[in-house]
Design a protein around this ligand. Structure first.
Ligand code: NAD
Length: 484
């Protein structure tokens, strides 16, 4: 992709996300790109510091997140020469005059405001940008998650941003969509003819989507406790994966063609009503336990967490889609912190053969696994004969190892998404109505839990969650992949 010249302005330029993800991503793109003269990156935050102070901060905090093998001192120096800093309080209209001054000679360039601050500031920042005359037709705004805590607060944020920016200018980030394997899922589904006939209720028995982390709240306790796993992970990442997996083939890869189909999936989600809340959802909270043999405290003993918190750190949900393609196929969603392994994957279990003439155990069969973490890979399990005299079969995977096949370095999700935002490509960003439809399905689950009034179920750190999460799936005669 050829990049035009651009001004990229990071609100929250000193924050954790900027240091850990955004700047390293930009550095990588810078290092690998040929035309970078027109790149201008301005970090914006409230701290009073000089450009040199900022570069020191970046050198100290950001560099460590660039893996050794990817670090090139010459490229790094060249990259940081494009960095600027501006002290600006996003809430103060007067502070924008200096930003306007800096941008006055680049009104026809692509301009990207990346809002990596709390979402509660978004409305005010957008208004101030507009009042300062900084919103040009070539301007885009990137919004970090979480966009609200529920449908109502998300509506408010979107409404405020929507008063200033047109929908085509708004880039709502869900970094899972930037992952190479998620795009490979699109390639797999729509670049091959062999999957489509199988991609339906007649051949697929169940689908499992897991995003398991081994980390706890990592110093972000206060934030996390206000959100919990349902809002922090299910509403966005898990539902986005579900959409890509379950959507009808779009007529093109254009943003609206794809997003129209994703929206239909969200709207087809069967509402989880009060009578189903106990059988279709499980919420958990980790207790003390061990991760890789090392003792870790329980959630309630983490910094910033109230001792009586009922915030969930684990969720499992049986989701169902009410349409012809997927009726009757359960989609089991699961995510948690302090789980046994760090793994993010989509598992598609195909139906067993209709009439077995070979001895195969019930849990074995064709399965497609799309892995996002720890490594990005796609595995298709087929039954093959075990060598020897007997006619014994067992599953063997056809493993598509991207590292092996493509010797090039894989882009980080933020590299893809930042470049797409600069290039104005919206396909991998969430449209407003998608977000709304996701909350519409999530809110009643939350309400159901509140009405139920039960505390989350405890699970030891370093396990796969509460036992109820196993029951959720074994009740239907299936098992989670790692149990099967
Ligand atoms: P952080 O607290 O580390 O950084 C916040 C940044 O915003 C700082 O640079 C701070 O100076 C700046 N800021 C705060 N108030 C401001 C104001 N009034 N005007 C200008 N700048 C102001 O937060 P973070 O972890 O970098 O997260 C930023 C955003 O990204 C949040 O919305 C967060 O939810 C989201 N996010 C973070 C992560 C992560 O891993 N850190 C992951 C996903 C989403």
């Amino acid at each position: 992709t050829s990049l035009q010249e651009f001004d990229l302005i990071f609100f929250g330029g000193t924050g954790d996300l900027a240091m850990r993800k955004l700047l390293p991503a930009l550095y990588n793109r810078f290092r690998d790109s040929q035309h970078t003269q027109g790149w201008r990156i301005i970090g914006v935050a409230r701290q009073d510091m000089s450009r040199d102070d900022y570069l020191n901060l970046v050198n100290e905090h950001c560099r460590q997140f660039i893996p050794h093998g990817e670090f090139d001192a010459v490229a790094w120096t060249a990259f940081t020469a494009h960095l600027e800093y501006l002290k600006l309080d996003g809430l103060l209209a007067d502070d924008y005059a200096e930003l306007a001054r800096r941008l006055q000679h680049s009104t026809d360039r692509v301009r990207v405001f990346y809002l990596s601050t709390a979402a509660s500031l978004f409305a005010q920042i957008c208004q101030n940008l507009s009042a300062a005359g900084l919103v040009t037709p070539q301007t885009r705004v990137v919004l970090e998650k979480p966009l609200g805590r529920d449908r109502a607060s998300s509506f408010e944020i979107n409404e405020a941003v929507g008063k200033i920016f047109e929908e085509r200018q708004i880039f709502r980030i869900d970094h899972y969509l930037g992952k190479e394997t998620v795009q490979n899922l699109i390639a797999l589904r729509f670049g091959n003819s062999i999957f489509e006939p199988l991609w339906r209720r007649s051949n697929i028995q169940d689908v499992q989507i897991t995003i398991a982390e081994t980390v706890g709240v990592e110093g972000r306790g206060e934030y996390y406790d206000r959100y919990g796993a349902l809002r922090d992970m299910v509403q966005n990442h898990l539902l986005q994966l579900l959409c890509i997996l379950a959507m009808e083939p779009p007529s093109s890869i254009d943003p609206d063609a794809v997003r129209d189909e994703k929206l239909k999936v969200l709207r087809a989600l069967k509402p989880i009503t009060m009578d189903a809340i106990k059988t279709k959802t499980v919420r958990g909270q980790y207790r003390a336990g061990a991760i890789d043999g090392k003792a870790v405290p329980g959630y309630l003993n983490e910094d910033g967490i109230p001792a009586d918190s009922s915030t969930e750190t684990f969720v499992a949900i049986k989701a169902e889609l009410e349409n012809w393609r997927w009726s009757g196929v359960p989609f089991y969603l699961r995510t948690g912190k302090r789980m046994q392994e760090r793994v993010a994957e989509i598992v598609i279990n195909f139906r067993p053969v209709p009439h077995a003439i070979l001895p195969v155990s019930a849990s074995e069969g064709n399965r497609l696994v799309i892995r996002l973490q720890p490594d990005e890979e796609v595995m298709l399990y087929l039954m093959v004969k075990v060598p020897g005299a007997e006619m014994k079969v067992r599953p063997v995977d056809l493993n598509l190892d991207f590292k092996q096949e493509f010797k090039t370095r894989q882009w980080d999700a933020y590299e893809r998404l930042l470049m797409d935002a600069i290039l104005g490509k919206l396909t991998l960003f969430m449209r407003r109505d998608e977000l709304d439809a996701a909350w519409r399905w999530i809110d009643p689950i939350r309400d159901g839990w509140d009405a139920l009034g039960e505390p989350p179920k405890g699970y030891a750190a370093g396990t796969w969650g509460p036992t109820a999460a196993s029951t959720l799936i074994t009740r239907d005669g299936f098992t989670w992949r790692e149990d099967g």
